[in-house]
Design a protein around this ligand. Structure first.
Ligand SMILES: C[S@@+](CC[C@H](N)C(=O)[O-])C[C@H]1O[C@@H](n2cnc3c(N)ncnc32)[C@H](O)[C@@H]1O
Length: 205
């Protein structure tokens, strides 16, 4: 919990920000399961940069793990014409994503599923996007390692200890409109290509 809170503060850059309140419990099928991370949207300018860094080509299939309001899958389908699947455990986010898909008329390309990302077979994807937490990225590594060689993984703000990124870019979104609460913070995007190079363990870790 402490790690999650610290990571939340790191992202938003301030203590007590309501955006990073305690994750909710949600009804998921028959069981109630806590979300691993609360919904905080990636600013649209950062979404655009992540997709540009992904080097998307015809035939790619993008999975967004924890899709929130669906902005990444909707942008991937609308701008690049590729198939995209968004997974989220929270039924409220699934409903928002479905509405977003419909209002952008990309139903023929985008699927939204209510699912726990740790139970999803990722192998049909060739591009995976993440905005979770560092420890969740690490927990996903066994699933991500099964992606086809050449698949790209893009993570907003969080690294994946043990996997050396092939590219890291930092950007601000000030003055780009729509997400003013993000104006004064920097966003980092990490990119890996499967199979990724192993990162040497730091001393004392
Ligand atoms: C920080 S938001 C990112 C939303 C979106 N990907 C974006 O970048 O705008 C993380 C999302 O993960 C979802 N989530 C948390 N734990 C999950 C889990 N175990 N399986 C699926 N989704 C989960 C939350 O409901 C939330 O919508």
């Amino acid at each position: 919990m402490r790690a999650w809170l610290l990571a939340g503060w790191f992202v938003i850059g301030g203590f007590g920000d309501p955006l990073w309140a305690e994750p909710d419990e949600v009804e998921c099928g028959v069981e109630t399961r806590g979300l691993d991370v609360q919904f905080v949207p990636t600013p649209q300018a950062v979404v655009d940069k992540m997709l540009s860094m992904a080097g998307i080509k015809e035939g790619d299939v993008l999975y967004d793990l924890g899709c929130g309001d669906g902005r990444i899958v909707v942008t991937a389908a609308g701008r690049y014409g590729i198939k995209a699947v968004g997974f989220d455990l929270d039924p409220r986010r699934v409903a928002e994503s479905l509405a977003n898909v419909k209002s952008n008329s990309v139903e023929h390309l985008v699927t939204i599923q209510q699912a726990d990302v740790f139970a999803v077979d990722l192998t049909p994807a060739s591009v995976v996007t993440l905005y979770l937490l560092p420890k969740l990225n690490v927990r996903l590594m066994p699933q991500l390692a099964k992606l086809k060689p050449g698949s790209r993984i893009l993570s907003h703000d969080f690294d994946m200890k043990g996997a050396k990124p092939i590219e890291v870019q930092t950007m601000g979104v000030e003055g780009q409109g729509g997400d003013e609460e993000y104006d004064d913070i920097q966003h980092t995007i990490f990119k890996w290509i499967v199979p990724w190079e192993k990162e040497a363990a730091e001393k004392g870790r």
